[in-house]
Design a protein around this ligand. Sequence first.
Ligand SMILES: Nc1ncnc2c1ncn2[C@@H]1O[C@H](COP(=O)(O)OP(=O)(O)OP(=O)(O)O)[C@@H](O)[C@H]1O
Ligand SMILES: [Mg+2]
Length: 291
Amino acid sequence: MKLEIKNLSKRYKKNQYGLKNYSLELESGILGLLGPNGAGKSTLLKMIATISKPSDGTIYLNGQDIVQEPNLMRAQLGYLPQDFGVYHNLNAFEFLNYMAAMKGVGGSHLKKRIHLLLESLNLIDNAKRSIGTYSGGMKQRVGIAQALLNNPKVILLDEPTVGLDPQERVGFRNLISELADDAIVILSSHIVSDIDTISDQVAIMQDGQLLVLDDIDEIINSVQGKVVTTIIDKASLTTFKSTHTVINTMREGNNIKVRYIDDHVTDNINKDITQEDATLEDAYLYLTKKN
Ligand SMILES: Nc1ncnc2c1ncn2[C@@H]1O[C@H](COP(=O)(O)OP(=O)(O)OP(=O)(O)O)[C@@H](O)[C@H]1O
Ligand SMILES: [Mg+2]
């Protein structure tokens, strides 16, 4: 599988872009799409899912233009929209059968496939209860299941881990890892820990633009050696923040432990400053920090 996005833009209003001149190339595997609220993650996924038309640019799947021929994408697509709503009167089993009929998925394998999805997503014990009685995380898992019904080769999940507890996240991660062997999977989130352990690559975006697309290790390397912590008193925090790239702060007694990025660490290091191992979160916050 190969997905190529070339100079893609979505203009919502005059001079207001959801996505601007965005280019990306992907082969099979899991891409984590990371960006703050309003970065353009959903705008991008909707255009790949062919439910929104680009204002400019093209999307190719295996060399074929899916903006011109959206059915080529739709036949291979599994999509969980961010605002997916499930039908409350149906139970999970009925709902998935209903969605399968809408997608034109049938045949002798369907029953088995639904059973397998319900089992992998830990819904099997509640499959005969109406969805209206489900918790938020359970509804989310039903949404994930419907996206995987047709054995899709392009899987787009917009904020799939919202509402999932730690156990369910593990289950979700295992399921997605199995699927990603011969499929392109794109997961969006604004929470680093939701996607860092599951993704092969991460794309960080902001203001409709791609800041970086790389392996997680490479992204972490870009700030390795620059992450430090130091203790300051509360009163100096505001001044400190205005002069340093602060990642986060933690109370420590009457003082504050500040984690920040120092581009000139070798010049500035002293006994009060500790160098720390960089994480993806450091890199993400550094790259998306607005000055
Ligand atoms: N239908 C629309 N009409 C006008 N502007 C829109 C529309 N949809 C999105 N936008 C704008 O486009 C930008 C990108 O929005 P988008 O929903 O793609 O961001 P996102 O990264 O998915 O954010 P979130 O993390 O909050 O889901 C935002 O500035 C948003 O206000
Ligand atoms: Mg979104």
